[in-house]
Design a protein around this ligand. Structure first.
Ligand code: FE2
Length: 308
């Protein structure tokens, strides 16, 4: 059962060699064993999920989630044979988002989406995107059943690995999902990992998660939230979106550029102390001058964890 995939201890830093806060690539043979991946809280489907009372949907979602177990045993991503209905959900969401993104998304992101072959026609397979990512920035994708607790999830970034779900949201509400799904992962997150600076920045967050105390981990969660999920970037005097939570939601993306949102210049101190709620639309967002700058500020910040 998914919900019982719980282990008793989390990795602490005491037995590990000090982590160098750098952007090294991790060879396959030096990855931690995927079969030893430590889960603390793989959530069951919440009752407010649009598919919570649809037995057929739940079975399908759990079947796709179950494929991730093969991955942990073999290290190989199993492709999903998505159904015509799942493909329809994708086409609807991908087309709507594509239109909005032309207006609001970071040009880097738009190009990356094309480079990875993510189209509105069909759901992309993690295996294809993983191959391309590995070539470009040494980032990898690892399928996962659902939400993972913060330290576990972020720590995988330290090995340049992003945990990704493969199932898709419920067809009754294609514009909405309370949990990550293949739309959120592949339209939201995956293209940005082809950016070398963004990939390095993500890895630094991962290093941070492995050595952070609880307070620092909370701060890192906020940094992740206001960048990887809801980040905006300057582009030729304009502001564009690069955060996955913005890029994968019509509502969030439009809202982010409305006059209901205060768009502030990125300031690390402010961001790591900025409390937010998951459920509401964000009233404040932060704009980074560039991914390179975000990377350097984050490096310094993480270096301060270990007192270096
Ligand atoms: Fe996300």
């Amino acid at each position: 059962m998914r919900g019982t995939a719980m282990l008793t201890e989390t990795t602490t830093t005491t037995t590990e060699a000090p982590i160098e806060i750098s952007n090294y690539r991790v060879p396959d043979e030096e990855l931690p064993e995927f079969k030893d991946m430590k889960f603390e809280n793989i959530n069951e489907l919440h009752l407010d999920h649009p598919g919570a009372h649809d037995l057929e949907y739940r079975e399908r979602r759990d079947y796709i989630a179950g494929l991730t177990k093969n991955f942990r045993l073999t290290g190989k991503i199993t492709d999903v044979d998505y159904s015509p209905r799942e493909q329809r959900v994708w086409r609807y969401v991908a087309e709507e988002l594509e239109e909005l993104q032309q207006k609001y998304a970071s040009p880097f992101y738009l190009q990356a989406k094309r480079d990875l072959g993510i189209t509105t026609d069909r759901i992309p397979q993690l295996s294809e995107m993983n191959r391309r990512l590995k070539e470009l920035t040494g980032f990898r994708l690892a399928p996962i059943e659902g939400l993972v607790e913060t330290r576990g999830f972020l720590s995988w970034l330290s090995y340049r690995v992003m945990l990704c779900t493969q199932y898709i949201r419920h067809h009754s509400q294609p514009a909405y999902t309370p949990e990550p799904d293949i739309v959120h992962e592949s339209i939201g997150h995956i293209p940005m990992f082809t950016n070398p600076n963004f990939a390095d920045f993500s890895q630094f967050i991962g290093h941070g998660a492995r050595i952070a105390n609880d307070k620092q981990l909370e701060e890192l969660g906020r940094l992740y939230w206001f960048t990887v999920e809801f980040g905006m970037v300057e582009h030729e005097g304009d502001v564009k979106a690069y955060g996955a939570g913005l890029l994968s939601s019509f509502g969030e993306l439009e809202h982010a550029f409305s006059d209901k949102v205060e768009r502030r210049p990125f300031n690390l101190e402010q961001v790591i102390n900025h409390e937010y709620t998951y459920s509401d639309m964000q009233p404040v967002l932060y704009v980074v001058p560039s991914y390179a700058e975000l990377k350097e500020v984050t490096r310094e910040y993480i270096e301060s964890f270990s007192g270096k």
